[in-house]
Design a protein around this ligand. Structure first.
Ligand code: SF4
Length: 262
């Protein structure tokens, strides 16, 4: 069973939303402009780190590499004509990201990682490592990511477990993770939030993995508690959650075994 680290995050937020998104696939996927900007931002950071050149993304080769990504990810869109104007608009945002780190301290950009537990193969891509140890995740959006965001991220726990596993260390070995966050409302600036992944987080990951496996085995995905429903949930926004719950084969209790922190 292959599950991405970000899919696990969705299960952590709400098992019912996970089912709606990845099993029943009733939530349409739209390529929003914000998503495209996020991809470009990540690519610019990746190129800067990989080539150890802050402005590689502006070079002919950099633009070409961005274009290749876009051709693959967004069929029909050609590179230079499409990517360059968007990059011009994104310049200040990228500038903020580039200011947030010392280039020489960053490595292992776009590192694919895997972590196997209870028959689930988690996979993900780490944006970069700082000092070959701290796991970095770049974030874009309308607002800066907060301490609460990183504290609620099971994705980062999967990354930490995968790094420890890869390096032959105990899974519980403490690992620092950081979000480097830029905001469209504050271009040119950045914020960093940090967290240390500890043994407690690893045990939570193991418990969550068992819950996920059990939910898939029994086809029972419970909704999270109403107080925990995130505002961005598409089923909540459209008032469709109740309708969706009634269509399920069972009538689940309002309960979630492991719910995110406040
Ligand atoms: S509205 Fe709440 S319970 Fe329903 S799917 Fe969204 S997060 Fe889950």
């Amino acid at each position: 069973m292959y599950i991405s680290a970000s899919q696990l995050d969705r299960f952590f937020t709400c098992p019912l939303l996970y089912k709606a998104t990845y099993i029943d696939r009733i939530i349409p996927f739209h390529k929003s402009p914000s998503m495209v900007e996020g991809i470009l931002f990540h690519k610019a950071m990746e190129l800067a780190i990989r080539h150890q050149d802050r402005y590689f993304y502006k070079s002919k080769q950099g633009l070409y590499e961005m274009g290749i990504t876009f051709d693959k990810a967004h069929d029909g869109l050609t590179s230079a004509e499409y990517v360059q104007p968007m990059l011009d608009r994104l310049d200040a945002l990228i500038e903020g990201g580039l200011r947030s780190f010392n280039l020489q301290s960053m490595s292992n950009t776009e590192m694919k990682v895997y972590f196997h537990v209870y028959g689930i193969q988690y996979f993900g891509i780490i944006d970069a490592l700082k000092d070959n140890e701290i796991i970095i995740d770049f974030k874009t959006g309308l607002r800066y990511k907060t301490q609460r965001d990183i504290d609620n991220s099971m994705q980062m726990v999967v990354y930490a477990a995968a790094i420890n596993d890869m390096r032959g260390r105990p899974l519980e070995y403490p690992v620092e993770v950081q979000y480097i966050s830029v905001s469209k409302n504050d271009p040119g600036h950045y914020r960093i939030v940090k967290r240390i992944i500890t043994a407690e987080d690893i045990y939570k990951l193991l418990a969550l993995s068992m819950a996920l496996k059990e939910a898939i085995r029994t086809d029972k995905f419970y909704p999270t508690s109403p107080a925990k429903c995130p505002q961005w949930c598409p089923l909540r926004k459209n008032g469709e959650c109740g309708v969706y719950i009634k269509k399920q084969k069972y009538f689940p209790a309002i309960h979630s075994a492991i719910i995110p922190k406040d």
